[in-house]
Ligand binder design. Structure first.
Ligand SMILES: [Zn+2]
Length: 245
């Protein structure tokens, strides 16, 4: 079955996000240090994945000619960036939600949107070339674990609910095989590289804005510089490793 492996690999890559939930079971003595570390790890991974993976891999396909490509880039990136403020306002309406909780929900939304095209890409790559699919799956698994942390840890530490943290992480993971399924059922015949690229640029806009505007101030607010640096460096290391694969 030629579609079985593309689907399996997209599911493995997606559900590796769930491993991020392990972050909430780590016995933590110093809560501030841990949160500062986890947030800085998350923001580092979101930033690096966007800057070194999503944008450079999408830019060549987004439009023909430099001027048109640039205009489309600005349009979709800007759309993603402004939607963070809009989403934040929507969540703000929920009474009594802390910054940390809002951060978890924003990460959840951003990663659902990120995992959908990731599932489509994993499916299509494996469909065309099994070996490429396997290395893509390993690379995605590596960065999806800290992505899961960026949902599970803020939601758990702001609500105290293991169930809610796991539920949100699960649904973001599910977006990846759903993306694969959509790729198979609908998009396979008419989706173009250009469409995927536009969407990935939009996702990059969301992830970069979320990490700089929302995650960084929250991570800084704990005033634990050392944990912050360690998280950031570890995130950069993970993304570098996944890009080398
Ligand atoms: Zn991912």
């Amino acid at each position: 079955m030629e579609i079985l492996w593309p689907f399996i690999l997209a599911s493995i890559a997606g559900f590796s996000t769930m491993l991020g939930c392990l972050g909430i079971f780590i016995p933590v003595k110093k809560k501030d240090e841990f949160l500062s570390f986890a947030l800085s790890l998350s923001l580092s991974v979101m930033l690096m994945v966007s800057i070194f993976d999503l944008i450079p891999s999408s830019l060549p396909y987004i439009g023909d000619g430099i001027a048109k490509s640039l205009a489309l880039f600005v349009l979709f990136f800007g759309l993603g960036a402004t939607s963070v403020g809009f989403l934040n306002k929507l969540i703000e309406k929920e009474k009594g939600s802390s910054n940390l909780y809002k951060l978890g929900i924003l990460s959840f939304i951003a990663l659902v949107l990120h995992n959908l095209p990731e599932g489509i890409l994993t499916f299509m790559s494996t469909y065309q070339d099994f070996n490429l699919g396997v290395s893509l799956c390993i690379a995605i698994t590596l960065h999806n674990i800290p992505e899961g942390i960026s949902i599970a840890v803020p939601i758990y530490y702001s609500t105290g609910s293991v169930g809610e943290a796991i539920k949100c992480t699960f649904f973001s993971a599910l977006a990846e095989p759903i993306g694969a399924l959509l790729a198979f059922l609908i998009f396979k015949n008419f989706i173009t590289n250009q469409m995927i690229s536009m969407f990935l640029i939009l996702v990059a806009g969301i992830m970069i804005t979320l990490s700089i505007n929302k995650m960084l101030p929250e991570a800084l607010s704990y005033n634990k510089k050392k944990s912050l640096y360690i998280g950031f460096i570890l995130g950069a290391f993970i993304v570098t490793l996944s890009l080398l694969i």
